[in-house]
Design a protein around this ligand. Structure first.
Ligand code: PLP
Length: 408
């Protein structure tokens, strides 16, 4: 049997395994030293109590003859879809039908699988730096051609650096699909409606699709920063939006998310007919998924109850206070830091022109602080370093103090 040559040709998943390897070596050499971990983007606060209660109540319900349920509807239970529409979209003045929302086990799952809807020769554009899932999923499907000189053939990187205010330029050559993630992982930056609008216009003019990853939308607090791409006029014909309970309600270990595919989003099939992406996705789901478990969907629904919403917002506020401490302290230490205002990530320019892995080693050795080298998120991440706010309060202040000390 021959393996998938595109998968076999991919560079090794280097970033977090290399971080773990270097941390393990450091621990071996310095067993007494307490490390502060600001690397991995996983939440640390416990699940909102009312989501956990709904989870266990639903599990017990399943053990009764009246409450037992078998396979869930593949696109999600109406009770959860209604809660999503009421809490996440109605306040923005945006409405969808139940059939336009698909509940899933993760935004990562969906962001990776959406490429199954595209033709093999589609051209892809992503921001650089980028959440690597978009690139990897397309590469595994053989869509990006050969890996050469640190780049894939059919992929255009849209550079986001301090020099352009982390606002990606429009694709230079025609793109069929553009992946955008706002608030951004890894940079922690956002786009205003004015900055996002040209992408919607581009997609409309070029028959392109935008995959909008809004996994961190709960972290937005500034006015003028859209919570959803559908706040922009015309977006519902050209954009698909992925959202998640992972970072908004601490569900990374529970697994629940959803993707919106409005009826108006279409593409062209072989003979040149317009085809609904919503229909294709449902067709695909019917063959590949049996949906998300009932207790998980009840837990997600509870995260939208008044009490659940309050508890989830408290968690987000807690992380954002960490981000605020890091941002303030690092800036006052003279560091060039971005993000951290509407997102739980801070994106720091490495000082003194250090490479991002060199800065990783420097902080590990001199400060006992673990972050993530920007180079792991694409060529444009070189010279930057990601710090996350997903930790206990004392870690933020201590890490900032240690970084300040290490930088002298
Ligand atoms: N999208 C982005 C941009 C992320 O950073 C992450 C997690 O780190 C995800 C999606 C994953 O979401 P989920 O836990 O729902 O799979």
């Amino acid at each position: 049997m021959n393996v998938n040559p595109h998968l076999a040709a991919m560079p090794a998943g280097y970033l977090f395994s290399e971080v773990a390897r270097r941390v393990a070596l450091f621990r071996e050499a310095h067993p007494q030293k307490q490390l502060l971990k600001l690397g991995i983007g996983d939440v640390t606060l416990p699940l909102p109590a009312c989501a956990a209660a709904a989870f266990s109540k639903a599990a017990l319900e399943m053990a009764t003859p009246e409450g037992f349920r078998g396979y869930p509807p593949e696109g999600g239970y109406p009770f959860l879809i209604d809660a999503i529409l009421a809490r996440d979209y109605a306040p923005l003045g945006v409405s969808f039908g139940r059939d336009e929302v698909f509940v899933s086990d993760g935004a990562k799952t969906d962001a990776a699988a959406l490429q199954e809807l595209f033709a093999p020769d589609c051209r892809i554009a992503v921001t650089d730096p980028v959440y690597p899932v978009y690139v990897d999923a397309n590469a595994m499907a053989g869509r990006l051609g050969a890996w050469a000189d640190g780049r894939w053939g059919r992929l255009e990187y849209l550079p986001c650096r301090a020099e352009n205010g982390f606002v990606p330029p429009l694709p230079g050559r025609r793109a069929d699909v553009i992946y955008l993630c706002y608030p951004n992982n890894p940079t922690g930056t956002t786009l205003t409606a004015e900055q996002l609008k040209p992408f919607v216009d581009y997609a409309r003019e070029n028959d392109a699709l935008i995959i909008y990853d809004a996994a961190y939308r709960a972290y937005i607090s500034r006015p003028g920063v859209p919570r959803s791409i559908y706040e922009l006029e015309g977006a519902r014909d050209v954009a698909v939006e992925c959202c998640s309970f992972s970072k908004s309600a601490g569900f990374t270990g529970v697994r629940c998310a959803y993707t919106v595919i409005p009826e108006g989003v279409t593409g062209t099939d072989g003979p040149g007919r317009r085809v609904s992406l919503n229909r294709l996705w449902r067709r695909r789901l019917g063959s590949k998924s049996n949906g998300v478990s009932y207790p998980v969907q009840r837990a997600a629904e509870a995260a939208y109850s008044d009490e659940g919403w309050r508890q989830a917002r408290e968690g987000v506020a807690y992380y954002m206070q960490n981000a605020g401490i890091l941002l303030r302290e690092l800036r006052s230490a003279g560091c060039e830091v971005y993000g951290g205002v509407d997102a739980p990530y801070l994106w720091m320019r490495t000082p003194r022109g250090m490479g991002s892995w060199a800065f990783f080693d420097f902080l590990l050795e001199r400060a006992g602080v673990v972050g993530t080298p920007g180079a792991g998120f694409g060529p444009g991440g070189e010279g930057y370093f990601r710090l996350t706010a997903f930790h206990a309060r004392q870690v933020a202040a201590e890490a900032a103090a240690r970084i300040r000390g290490a930088l002298g």
